[in-house]
Structures are given as structure tokens and as C-alpha cells.
Ligand binder design. Sequence first.
Ligand code: AHR
Length: 309
Amino acid sequence: ATAATFAATHPALAAKPLTIGFSQVGAESEWRTANTTSIKDAAKKAGVIMKFADAQQRQENQVKAIRSFIAQRVDIIAFSPVVESGWDTVLREAKAAKIPVILTDRGVKVADPSLYVTLLGSDFVEEGRRAARWLVEHAKKNPGRAYNIVELQGTVGSAPAIDRKAGFAEVIKGEPRLKMLRSQTGDFTRTKGKEVMEAFLKSEGKNITVLYAHNDDMAIGAIQAIEEAGIKPGKDILVISIDGVRGAFEAMLQGKLNVTVECNPLLGPQLMQAALAVKAGKPVPKRIVVNEGVFPAEVAAKEFPNRRY
Ligand code: AHR
């Protein structure tokens, strides 16, 4: 067959493979590890060449990685921004180089929305609302109980920390029985979650009856602090978190975590689909939201075998 007929019958093989430069937040949580695996696996499966950079939770590392992707002239830049603001300059550089940018997982605040093609990820405000709604229902069923909440926030300035805080606050605002005692960042890690919970326990003691953690890893770290203080997590202190990773299901099965709100990290296949569409010049929606559920401890045993991360 001539080159022309080969190309006609094997368009995928004949075309130059797509190259994506991907800048990941880091490896701060179980969620993030699952997200990285999903993206790398999906790239391999789609025949996409992936240049991967781990930013170790630092924006300056992401800016450097994006500039290096521009210099290497990748076809598409994708990244999960550590924080929301401070992206205008580097994204303008990508636009000037005519390299489309896809955001995954976390959003950015930029003056010109045309600096990125699409944001593929969860609705973090809704996740915060879901966490609070579970608590409101719990309070309805327990009229004599006190609801004094401490909150472990995610990374300062990150979209999930800002939005999960806002969604939760919006729902508890109308509920005078639910009181927020303290709120501080635990940077989405187990170590920090434990450390900050220890400080909360030191200052508030047995007054604390609810912990709301912006992710499962911080909740798991905090559970350790609670147990070390001789208090029962899941009982004396209700524990609510977000992600739905295996570690959270294990904690629920042990009666130490009360509910996890799902945040799906398996974004790889949808990212590849969007990237290939962008490359082919097809229209892509500005926002692609992932479908997610809520898993209270009562369904943990049934759901556990179905979990993929
Ligand atoms: O951006 C998603 C959040 O980042 C996850 O909830 C958290 O676990 C991760 O570190």
C-alpha cells in the first residue's frame, strides 16, 4: 500500500502521537497518588506521550514546568494548579506559543478565561455542602447532642480548600446548633492533619464533638491524634471527610470515621479524551464535572469491594 492509502486506513498509526506536558500538584495524599496513576495509565492506553512533572505542592515549580513544556513545544499542557491565583502571566505565555491548556482537578482565577480550554474536575463547593448536609441530618436525629466543630482545611489558597470551606459554611449557617470552633490548614497531609488536631485538642479539649476534614488523609492523621488523647473518633468526635479513598473505608469499617464524601481522582481517561478532541479541533465544554456520591459508614462494608482507589 502507498503511504497515502496506509494513512487513510490507519489514521491513528499514521498521525504523529499527541504529546502532553502534565504538571501534577505533588504526592500529598492517597487521592493524588490514584490521580497520577490514572493519568499515566490513560496516556499509555491512548498512545499519548506524557511528560510528567511533580511540583511538590509548590506553585513556582509548576510555573517552571509549564515554561519548560512551552520550550519543548508540547501539543497540550495540562495541569492541576496547586493554588487558584497567580497564573495569568505563565498562561499568557502558553497562549502566545499557541499551546492549549487543560486544567484538571483544580481551577484557577484568571482575568481572561480564554487562557485555558476547559476545567475537568469535581464540584468542590458541592462536596462541602454534602459534608454539611450529612451533619445536619445527624443533628436532626440527635436532638440532645452538641455539635462543636473543628475544621481541617486543605492547602491554603487551593480551590478545594476555598470551595469545601465555603460549601460547608453555606449549609451550617442556617443551623444554630452547629458551631464552628476552630478552622486551620492541615495542607491535605496526614502528618499535618495529626499535628493540627493535636493543637485543637490542646486548646479546646473535650469541647470538640465534630471534625470536618477537607480530605481523608488529614482525617486519618487526626483520628490518630484523637485516639492518642484517649477520645473515641467516630463516637465522641464525629469525623467527616472528603475523597472516599480506601484508607477512609478502612477507618469507617473500624468505626472511626462517620462519612466520606466522594471526590473522584480517576480523571485520566476523560483528560485524554478532552486532549485528543482539542488537538483535533473539536469543541470541548468549558467545564467538565465528575459524578460523585456520599458514603456513610453504614454502607462501607458493601461498597468497599467496589472501590478502585
Ligand atoms: O484537589 C483534590 C484534593 O487534593 C483532594 O481532595 C486531596 O486529597 C488532594 O490532595
